[in-house]
Structures are given as structure tokens and as C-alpha cells.
Ligand binder design. Structure first.
Ligand SMILES: Cc1cc2nc3c(=O)[nH]c(=O)nc-3n(C[C@H](O)[C@H](O)[C@H](O)COP(=O)(O)OP(=O)(O)OC[C@H]3O[C@@H](n4cnc5c(N)ncnc54)[C@H](O)[C@@H]3O)c2cc1C
Length: 471
């Protein structure tokens, strides 16, 4: 690998006394094995791993408190670890430190079916949670492509294919419990659906990327399983026509549950990976939730919008097995795309623009990508104005990394120019620090920095991420 993570960083000393103290408390649940550290010092970004000095597998809030307190005593950083699926260098231990792996904290603490809420530990994955909810008639809709942990999803303010109808983690986390940098425990929010009680500390932690504390409990909103579900897929002659069909659908207020864009190259990848025979053209995947009559009505309206925008071959998938084949193929698109170029890594970007600018943004981006030497499939949660480009690079060729960075830069600049954001859902991590400065401006960054300095005055919680420590 040849891609040192930005920015340059200085590792802090890792005292032997700290390791002994951790070992005496946690025994075999502390690891300094190279392979374990390597697995925790990387994510799905193309950056070279930067290893933590040790990994501790926590089992409860008290474990997390003990690690955080010891690390504070020895001035050593702490990096919370969920499932390692983040995409912007979030988990790299740029200053060394202790990675707290939360995967063993994966219990459902309580389900309150009458209130449509659930309280969970952070290490439970979204699929594990929905499995646990199966017999309740309820579900949790946020579905990033990876089987991410709820803690990681909270910390990155994640979303996915269902956000157009059900919102993102921002709308669906009602409250949480977190261990602060000094080891104290904070509880935010309640199980009530709304509150105007003081500063909204829940939302401060949602999207904080491990830089303010370690989240150890989360209360989430749930939704009743829809009475009827149907899915459809439709090919279009161009990206622009596909995106226009989506914009018109959203603008007339169809409460569509999912609408995903997949370009022709990504369809080729999906066909090969999932053994499908979809037409290799810009394609929309739709899903409708509601009553049988409501679903029928939504689907007819969308079919009309598709036809008005030259959509061809609108196909239904009403049987559950056909629907899941389609959506599994969509969820595996990232891994399918990696197989387009054996041995490659993906530099991904995930801009989001106001829906009225989406067609223009996608069309200009497509022109850029066509002129590039890299294969760059596009997929997107276009109902939200959010799309992703995966720039497939040979990790041994620095010139390909430079080309991906050039494209990424242009895509983000375009989104910012169109009143959008540099990241719709993946977060800032290491890779988008400079873009965040451009997007938010110096006063907003100073305000974020003031919050960080107040809550973590020694810069121990996942240092080096989101923005620089010093102005
Ligand atoms: C194939 C693929 C598809 C994806 N699709 C989507 C998508 O559709 N939508 C989307 O939003 N994202 C998507 N992602 C990105 C990724 O899945 C999300 O960012 C996810 O929320 C990360 O969760 P994780 O459990 O893997 O967290 P990790 O990668 O382990 O951690 C992410 C960040 O959260 C912090 N963190 C983790 N747990 C805690 C905690 N308990 N307390 C405090 N901080 C914590 C970490 O320190 C780190 O900064 C995709 C990634 C892949 C590989």
C-alpha cells in the first residue's frame, strides 16, 4: 500500500505500566497481537493502516470507563471500534493509543413495543437488531450497505437506502449513554418522541465519530413492519433521465420507501457478482411500503413518472424472494464493483446536494468520470440527493491514487457550489477535513473545536479526526 493517511501525525508514548494495568483488569481481553492491532487500525478507506498500541474488548459501560480512565491517566488516546466499515480513515490510530472494540457489547437492553423504541448496546449490528425484532412486528430501517454496528452508525450519523422515507440516524436516535474523556458517564435524551429541554446533546454525539466520547447505549425509534411491500426496477436511456424521474417523484410527494440509482458500469458489476441479467443501463431500484392499496397507488404514480422520462421495462418484484434478491444485489454493489478491477481498492466519495440540483450535479460528474482513465461506477440514494462514486485504483500505482483524489476534489467542489455537502452519510474522518473547512467555514469549525476542547481538553478521544486540534 502506498497511501499514507493525511494529515501527518505524531504517535504518543504507550507506557508499559498502562499495558500492565489493562492486562490486570482485562486479562485475555487485551491484545497487542500484530494481526489484531492491524485489523483495528484500518477501515474500508484506501489508506495505509495505522495500528493502535493495544485493543481491549469491552463488555459493559464499566469496562469502557475503566479503559478511558486509565488512558487519561497516562495521556494515551482512545479509539472506539464498531465494525470497521467506515470509509474515510475514521479508525486509523494516527497518534497510537487503545482501540476499544465494542462488538461484545451487542445486547438488546429493552424493547418498548408500545412506544416503538428499543435500547441497545453499541456493538449490535443492524442485522442482529432486526433479527432480534423479528417477532415484534417492528423494524429498524437504517441500512448502510455494510452490516455496521449501531454504535458506529450513531457515531457517523449514517443512513442508507431507506432514509428517503425513514430519515437517518439523526432522526432515529432518541437518546444515548456515553463515557466522556474523563471517564464520567453522560445520559442524553429520553424515550419521549420529542423534547425541548436544553441543548440537544444527543445530536451532538450523533456524528461525533468517536471524538467526544464512547457511546455505550443507544435508544432508537422503531417502525411497524409495513402491511404491504413491493419493489420495482426500471432502466433509463441516460443518467439524467433516471435522476429526473426521481426528482419529479419526490417533488409530487410520493412517500417512496427506497429509490436507488445504479449506473451502467455498476449494473455490469452487480450482474457478474450476483448472477443477474439486468440490462446494462442507468437503472433505478424502487421500493414501496404501505397498505396494499397505498403501495399500488404509489407504484402507479412512479411508473408514470418513469415513462414520462423515457424509462424502459418497468419490472415488478412482489414476491419476497425476488425483492430480497434485488436488494441484496444492491447492497453488495460495493464488493461487486471492487471485482471490476482485480486487486483494486476503492476511493469513495459521497456528496449530497439539494434535490433540485441533483440532475445537474450527476450529469457534470458523469462527464468528468468518462474523461478519466479510472473505472468509476456511480450508485446513489438519489431520493435524498446523495450519490457515491467508487474510484477504482491499483494500490501499487500512486498516479491512480492522485487521479482519484483529483476527481474527488472536483466532485466535492461541485456539490459545495450547488449548496450541498461534502459527505451525505459517510462522515469526515481523516479524508474530508479540508473539505469540511470549506463547507462549514472558520467560525463553525472554531465552534466545533471549542466543544471538543471543553469535553476532551487533552485530545484523547479519536484524535486527528473531523478537524485539526489547533486553529
Ligand atoms: C460496502 C459498504 C457500504 C456502505 N454503505 C453505507 C451507506 O449506505 N450509508 C452509510 O451511511 N454508510 C455506509 N457505509 C459506511 C459505514 O458502513 C458506516 O460509516 C457505518 O456507520 C460505520 O459503522 P461501523 O460499526 O463499521 O463503525 P466503525 O467503522 O467501526 O467506526 C466508525 C467511526 O465511529 C466511531 N465509533 C464506532 N463505535 C463507536 C461508539 N460506540 N462510540 C463512539 N464512537 C464510535 C469510530 O471511532 C469511528 O470514528 C458503507 C461501508 C461499506 C464498506
Amino acid at each position: 500500500m502506498n497511501h499514507p493517511a493525511p494529515p501527518a501525525s505524531v504517535r504518543r508514548p504507550f507506557p508499559a505500566e498502562l499495558l500492565s494495568a489493562l492486562k490486570s483488569l482485562f486479562g485475555e481481553r487485551v491484545s497487542i497481537a500484530e494481526a489484531v492491532r492491524a485489523n483495528h487500525g484500518r477501515d474500508e478507506s484506501p489508506f495505509d493502516p495505522q495500528l493502535p498500541d493495544a485493543v481491549v474488548f469491552a463488555r459493559n459501560t464499566e469496562d469502557v470507563q475503566a479503559v478511558v480512565r486509565l488512558c487519561a491517566q497516562y495521556d494515551v488516546p482512545v479509539i472506539p471500534y464498531g465494525n470497521g466499515s467506515s470509509l474515510e480513515g475514521h479508525l486509523l490510530a494516527v497518534q497510537g493509543g487503545v482501540s476499544i472494540d465494542l462488538s461484545e457489547m451487542n445486547r438488546v437492553l429493552s424493547i418498548n413495543a408500545e412506544d416503538l423504541t428499543v435500547t441497545v448496546e453499541p456493538g449490535i449490528s443492524r442485522k442482529q437488531l432486526n433479527e432480534a425484532l423479528r417477532d415484534t412486528g417492528l423494524f429498524f430501517p437504517i441500512d448502510p450497505g455494510a452490516d455496521a454496528s449501531i454504535g458506529g452508525m450513531t457515531a457517523t450519523r449514517a443512513s442508507g437506502t431507506n432514509a428517503v422515507r425513514y430519515g437517518t440516524m439523526r432522526e432515529n436516535v432518541l437518546g444515548l449513554c456515553a463515557v466522556l474523556a474523563d471517564g464520567r458517564v453522560i445520559r442524553t435524551g429520553t424515550r419521549a418522541r420529542k423534547s425541548s429541554a436544553g441543548y440537544d446533546l444527543t445530536r451532538l454525539f450523533v456524528g461525533s465519530e468517536g471524538t467526544l466520547g464512547v457511546i455505550t447505549e443507544i435508544t432508537l425509534r422503531l417502525y411497524p413492519q409495513p402491511e404491504a411491500v413491493s419493489a420495482a426496477i426500471c432502466a433509463f436511456p441516460s443518467m439524467e433521465s433516471a435522476v429526473r424521474a426521481v426528482i419529479e417523484t419526490i417533488q409530487i410527494g410520493v412517500p417512496i420507501a427506497r429509490v436507488e440509482f445504479v449506473d451502467a458500469l455498476a449494473i455490469r458489476a452487480i450482474n457478474r457478482h450476483s448472477n443477474l441479467t439486468l440490462r446494462e443501463a442507468p437503472t433505478l431500484f424502487f421500493e414501496f411500503h404501505g397498505t396494499a392499496a397505498g403501495v399500488q397507488e404509489q407504484a402507479e404514480l412512479v411508473q408514470e413518472m418513469a415513462a414520462q422520462n423515457a424509462g424502459e421495462g418497468f419490472e415488478w418484484a412482489t414476491r419476497p424472494e425476488d425483492r430480497s434478491r434485488l436488494w441484496n444485489a444492491r447492497h453488495n454493489a460495493y464488493f461487486a464493483m471492487l471485482q471490476l478491477k482485480p486487486g483494486c481498492r476503492a476511493v469513495t466519495t459521497d456528496v449530497c446536494v439539494p434535490i433540485s440540483r441533483l440532475a445537474e450535479c450527476v450529469v457534470e460528474t458523469e462527464k468528468d468520470l468518462k474523461a478519466s482513465s479510472l473505472p468509476c461506477p456511480i450508485v446513489g440514494h438519489v431520493g435524498d440527493g446523495n450519490f457515491h462514486v467508487a474510484m477504482l485504483i491499483d494500490p501499487q500505482r500512486p498516479e491512480e491514487f492522485a487521479e482519484a483524489e483529483r476527481l474527488n476534489h472536483r466532485i466535492v467542489q461541485r456539490a459545495l457550489r450547488m449548496a450541498g455537502t461534502c459527505t451525505g452519510e459517510h462522515g469526515v474522518g481523516l479524508h474530508k477535513i479540508d473539505f469540511l473547512v470549506e463547507e462549514a467555514g472558520p467560525v463553525a469549525i472554531d465552534t466545533m473545536r471549542a466543544i471538543k476542547h471543553a469535553l476532551d481538553p487533552r485530545n484523547l478521544m479519536n484524535p486527528g479526526k473531523i478537524f485539526s486540534w489547533a486553529a
